[in-house]
Design a protein around this ligand. Sequence first.
Ligand code: HEM
Length: 441
Amino acid sequence: MAHNPVRVLSKYTELFGDTFRFYFGGVREAIVTTNPAVIQHVLKTNAENYHKSEIQVKRMGHFLGKGLLTSHGEVWRTQRRLIQKGFDRKQLEVLSSIMQDSLADSLRDFDSQARIGPVDICPQLMKITFRMVAKSLFGAQLKDEDIDLISRTISTIQEFMVRQTIQPYLNPWFSVSGELRRHEEMRARADGILLHYIRRRRQEAPGHDLLQILMDARYSDGEGMSDELVLSESMQLLVAGHETSSNALSWLLYSLSSRPDCLERLRQEFDSVLGDAPLSYSDVPKFEFAAQVIQEALRLYPPFWMVDRMALSDDRAGDVDIPRGSTVVVFVYGAHHSPRYWENPESFDPERFSKANEKLHTPFAYLPFGAGPRGCIGGNYATLQILMILSVLLRKYDFRLVPGQTIEARPMVILRPKHGIRMTFTEAITRDVSRLSDCLP
Ligand code: HEM
């Protein structure tokens, strides 16, 4: 279970059906479900009765403070409403140019790596997507060394939180040995850096980034967020957007590497929609096939392979009793791979998401961005980000999977490739790459 929970839960789903009780670590009881009606009830219809699990909120809250990811009730609702503005259509259009500039900078690094030889795409894509999110939040002036330090801090703290959760008996040792303090100090250093940017912005002309949205937000009494709250909300957005899009993209490139037919169609679509213009948010609805490809990759490899909730009072979903205090694990990966809802669930088939076929989908059996009021706030941002990166990588390079490697998923918080994914990238010579000069480094 600690090694590969997805495999174990998939096997139990096959053996015991779509909803069963499971003892995590032999002690913590949870109801694991892939049943769309139960999922709909817990995440949407009766969402008021469910909080994020205590472990998530307590452990994350310790390091991340209060913010969208770790709050509930009225506080969460108000923050969500204010922050949502940062992800609306108008703002995503504004962010598009910050994202394009960041991508052009990142691609210079990527290109020099790719020229040397095969690259593990996972850390490379993480660098590209994290820089984009960080600059979308704090603006172009955010320094590269600060981005690196914050990214390293988030990765290290996330790994520590996973250890705290799966090896809870080590927690007293983490305190005594100073490990806990070391991680707290790391976090404080990253906080100090971001706080500096926040305080500086208070003295400067307004920016066009998400930081400005957080700073300009006003509660009903006319007050704004304190610097500390702006800091913890920004940190939580950085954490939520840290590894999600990059892992989605890694799995997507991996899936495409064995599908030259899809690659060709994608390249044609990017050429016909964009020509030589850079992609911005208003272009997103014009992509039909690329949207299908992204949706299918998120079905096969959902970055959040599960989401969990805790029942506040006794409840019943269909014929499933959910006693107060129980944890409900929505097994997203299991629903996405279930033969009940998908034909040939293991095959990569973007046609599932064509307009005609979408009508056949079972509601709440596909939830890469979660569902209900606590669904992902950054879903549209993530789609824009993925499209933007694909539009450039696919048209600039031919890429191949390095043969002989084992590709395997490692489902911790996020569904990552366990040993990375090594690929070779060679500059495409058959396509007219000069037309892309505007959007390439
Ligand atoms: C492919 C990329 C992404 C995927 C698959 C994804 C998936 C999810 C899922 C499944 C949830 C719901 C978790 C739950 O119900 O417990 C969620 C929540 C959230 N996501 Fe994303 N996410 C992605 C990208 C992003 C990005 C880029 C950002 C921000 C820049 C972001 C910010 C958030 C936040 C703040 C929440 C919490 C919302 C709340 O509780 O109100 N996500 N995401």
